[in-house]
Design a binder for this molecule. Structure first.
Ligand SMILES: *Cc1c(COP(=O)(O)O)cnc(C)c1O
Length: 386
C-alpha cells in the first residue's frame, strides 16, 4: 500500500519523491567531470514536480545553476530562496526586462532589439545585464545563426550594460547515436565558439548538452551540462537507458470516492462508451480528470493500480473524474486481495506493491513522450513531497 499522505481538501495528488531527485542529480553529477558545471532545467514547474522544492534538492546534490523558460518561473525560484544563477532559455517581451534585472535572471539573447533594451535598462538601473548568447546550429528554433555570431557580438558588445556569461546551443537529435545532423550541429557550435574567441570575445560558460547529450556525448560537455528530464528519473530516449540508472520521482495518486456493482448492460460515463459485460463487475470512481492533466485520449485505454492489482479504466475520462472496473470474480479467483472500497488508494502513475505504471507507459498509450505526461499534471493537483 503506497503512503497515504494526501492534501486536506482533495482525494487526489501528485507525490514527489525528493530522495529520487537527489539520487538522480548525484547520478548525473557522477557522469560529469569535476570542474564541469551542472545546470538543472526546472522549467514548467520542474517538469511538473514542483520547481522550488526540486531546485533546492538538486542544489543540495550538486547542481550549480538552474534553467527556466519564463520570467515568472525565474521569479518563483528567487522568491522561494534559490540564490544560484538562473538562465531563462529565451528572450521575454521587452516589458519583462525590469523583472529579469530585479530578480537577477539571465536571459538567452539572440536579437539586437532585446539586447539593446536589456543593456539600456541595466545601465539605467546601474547594473550589469548578464546574458547567454544563444546560437542556432541547426534546430531552427532560437539563436543567432553561426555565420552571424561574431557580427552580432560586434553589434552589441560596445554596450557597457551587457556582459556575456555564456554561449550555448541546443541539439535536435542528441539521442540518436551516430547521427550526421548531430555531428553537424556540434561542429557548427565548436566553429562558432572558436570564431568568437578568435575575434576577441569573452564567451562565458560554453554549453550544449541536454540529458541525452550529457549521457551519450560527453565530449561535448564543455563548461556545463544542461540536464532536465533525467533528474526526474525519466529516460530521455531508449538510447540513454543503458547509460544511467534512474528513479522516477513522480507518482500520481487518488482515493476512490464511490464503488457500485451495476447490473449487466449498464453504461459508464459520457456517451456510455463502456457497458458492464457480466455480473460482479465493480465500477469505482476516482476524482481525477482531464482538467488535472489526465488526457482524455486515454479513455478506455489505460490502467490504474488499486490494492496492488491492475484494473482497466473504463468509460470516457471526464473533466474532474474517471471510472475503473474491477472484476470481483477474478480478484477472488487469483488474488487474496479484497474488492475495491471507497477510500482505497488508486495509483495512476507510480508503484503500488509489485505493480508499476510508468510515465513511459502512459506516454506510449497517448502517442507522446514522458516529458509531456509529467508536465501535464496540472496545478490543481497539490504536490506532496515525500
Ligand atoms: C529543456 C531544455 C533542456 C533540458 O532538456 P532535457 O532533454 O530535459 O534534458 C536543455 N536545454 C534547453 C535549451 C532546453 O530547452
Amino acid at each position: 500500500m503506497p503512503t497515504v499522505k494526501y492534501p486536506k481538501n482533495r482525494w487526489a495528488w501528485v507525490e514527489v519523491d525528493l530522495n529520487a531527485i537527489r539520487k538522480n542529480t548525484r547520478a548525473f553529477k557522477a557522469q560529469i567531470e569535476r570542474g564541469t558545471k551542472m545546470m538543472c532545467a526546472v522549467k514548467a514547474d520542474a517538469y511538473g514536480h514542483g520547481a522550488v522544492e526540486c531546485a533546492k534538492t538538486m542544489h543540495s546534490a550538486g547542481a550549480d545553476q538552474f534553467a527556466v523558460a519564463t520570467v515568472d518561473e525565474g521569479i518563483e525560484l528567487r522568491k522561494g530562496g534559490v540564490t544560484q544563477p538562473i538562465l531563462m532559455l529565451n528572450e521575454s517581451p521587452l516589458e519583462g526586462i525590469d523583472d529579469l534585472l530585479a530578480y537577477d535572471i539571465m536571459p538567452a539573447i539572440y536579437t539586437t532589439e532585446f539586447a539593446y533594451a536589456y543593456g539600456e535598462r541595466a545601465v539605467a538601473l546601474d547594473k550589469v545585464g548578464k546574458y547567454h548568447l544563444a546560437v542556432d546550429t541547426g534546430m531552427t528554433r532560437i539563436g543567432v545563426l553561426p555565420e552571424d555570431a561574431v557580427e552580432f557580438r560586434h553589434s552589441i558588445d560596445f554596450h557597457r550594460g551587457l556582459e556575456c556569461a555564456g554561449t550555448f546551443t541546443h541539439f535536435a537529435t542528441a539521442d540518436v547515436i551516430g547521427d550526421w545532423d548531430f555531428k553537424q550541429q556540434a561542429r557548427r557550435f565548436a566553429d562558432t565558439v572558436g570564431a568568437l574567441r578568435q575575434a576577441g570575445f569573452e564567451t562565458g560558460l560554453v554549453h550544449c548538452d541536454n540529458t541525452p547529450g550529457t549521457l551519450l556525448h560527453p565530449e561535448f560537455h564543455y563548461d556545463m551540462c544542461r540536464v532536465g528530464i533525467g533528474l526526474y528519473g525519466l529516460q530521455a530516449a531508449e538510447t540513454t537507458a543503458p547509460r544511467i540508472a534512474l528513479t522516477p520521482a513522480m507518482s500520481v495518486r487518488a482515493r476512490v470516492t464511490r464503488v457500485i456493482n451495476p447490473a449487466v448492460g449498464e453504461g459508464v460515463g459520457y456517451g456510455l462508451t463502456y457497458r458492464v459485460p457480466k455480473p460482479n463487475i465493480q465500477i469505482a470512481t476516482v476524482p481525477v480528470g482531464y482538467a488535472d492533466g489526465l488526457s482524455r485520449v486515454l479513455s478506455n485505454n489505460m490502467d490504474v493500480i488499486c490494492n496492488g492489482t491492475r484494473a482497466r479504466q473504463v468509460g470516457r475520462i471526464c473533466m474532474d473524474q474517471f471510472m475503473f472496473a474491477v472484476d470481483v470474480n477474478s480478484i477472488r479467483a487469483y488474488h487474496p486481495a479484497r474488492s475495491v472500497e471507497r477510500g482505497d488508494v488508486v495509483t495512476i502513475i507510480g508503484r503500488d506493491g509489485d505493480e508499476e505504471i510508468t510515465a513511459d507507459e502512459m506516454a506510449a498509450r497517448r502517442n507522446t513522450i514522458n516529458y509531456e505526461v509529467v508536465c501535464n499534471f496540472s496545478q490543481r493537483l497539490d504536490r506532496v513531497f515525500v
